[in-house]
Design a protein around this ligand. Structure first.
Ligand code: F1P
Length: 353
């Protein structure tokens, strides 16, 4: 089929436009969000989602705690509604942030419901669908409506909702948001510069194992890149905290492995050592980050140095989404319709407890 993956490709390539829309939507609500934050005086923030949006929650929680100092954590929606006594003990002092492209995923709605039943302080939603049950049942809904997708695989929806999460952490943490206005143009430039390399690497049929390494803000991003690679290209793929790779998983390092290292600003030296060591074990290595030393990896994608580290998470993903897209095409698959998957997982409520 000539148009295999047409939606996915378009949604990856035009995601910078969706970021412009998400940032404008956030700006329109910024004063209201800050006022609400001052009022609720949350002692803790709990982020939740499912699949991609759980991984988004991991990065969102790491960013929010780093920028605001408020203890923040992320758990899958299923963990919250199946084990509420473990996670909702202090719901009365907790802000729950529910993240969902569709705003209709049963587990996320059940988590929102369990939170309310446990006397939760406030629930804010990040979603692409303003009219969704999740948005309507939340106190505040941060919206990325222009990021809605045809493809089952989340690409521009994920990064646009991540932009909202980054903006939320920055504003509550007292950072100047204006630097984020330059992210869409940076993403466009990265996409234009890396497409050829991602197509080349995506076609490497000798590679049969793709590993994504990321720490701190990038841990959630590494997991999302792993999930995109899994969903779109049906490839054996893993994600690890960067230095964790030495603690067992590197037993798999060989000339059929592509290691994608999402280098952080603060741990660049230690993380780069891992890539160099794995090159010596004949694994192929792709580094993504700022200030990458030539020779640390086989290939590299340089992120603009002008950006502070809290703005970077969304910039790592577009190249890795393209890598998954091109590998899917090379394997004769249709990334618009990943095998066995639907855009939303619905459970019958009895099953969902
Ligand atoms: C959650 C989700 C996606 C996953 C797949 C099925 O959807 O699990 O993360 O990649 O598309 O649905 P949502 O709650 O973000 O709409």
């Amino acid at each position: 089929m000539a148009d295999r993956g047409m939606h996915t490709f378009q949604e990856i390539m035009n995601q910078p436009h969706a970021w412009v829309d998400a940032l404008q939507a956030f700006r329109d609500q910024q004063a209201h969000v800050l006022d609400a934050w001052e009022r609720i005086k949350a002692k803790r923030v709990l982020f939740t989602g499912c699949g991609s949006t759980y991984y988004l929650s991991l990065s969102a929680a790491s960013l929010f705690e780093a920028l605001t100092g408020v203890p923040s954590e992320a758990h899958p929606g299923s963990e919250i509604f199946l084990f509420p006594d473990r996670l909702l003990g202090d719901a009365a002092e907790t802000l729950l942030v529910t993240i969902s492209r569709s705003g209709t995923t049963t587990e996320t709605l059940q988590a929102q419901r369990a939170f309310r039943q446990h006397g939760g302080l406030a629930n804010w939603a990040i979603t692409c669908y303003p009219e969704s049950p999740l948005a309507k049942q939340s106190d505040i809904a941060l919206l990325a409506a222009a990021a809605q997708e045809e493809s089952v695989a989340q690409t521009r929806s994920f990064t646009s909702m991540l932009i909202l999460a980054q903006a939320l952490a920055a504003v509550v943490g007292g950072r100047d948001l204006s630097v984020m206005e330059r992210l869409p143009a940076a993403a466009s430039q990265i996409l234009n510069e890396c497409t050829g390399l991602m197509q080349k690497l995506g076609r490497r049929s000798d590679i049969n194992h793709l590993v994504f390494l990321g720490s701190d803000y990038q841990w959630g991003i590494a997991n999302e890149a792993m999930l995109k690679m899994t969903e779109m290209s049906l490839s054996f793929s893993n994600a690890f905290h960067f230095l964790e790779y030495r603690h067992g998983p590197m037993s798999m390092a060989n000339d059929k492995v592509l290691l994608c290292g999402l280098l952080s600003a603060d741990a660049l030296i230690q993380e780069s050592k891992v890539l160099r060591e794995m090159k010596a074990l004949h694994a192929f290595t792709l580094a993504v980050g700022q200030s990458i030393e030539a020779g640390d990896s086989d290939w590299q994608i340089d992120l603009p140095k002008e950006f502070p580290d809290w703005t970077l998470p969304a910039l790592y993903l577009p190249p890795l989404q393209l890598l998954a897209y091109y590998r899917a095409l090379a394997k004769g698959l249709d990334p618009d319709n990943p095998r066995n998957l639907t855009a939303v997982v619905y459970l019958n409520v009895e099953m969902a407890g």
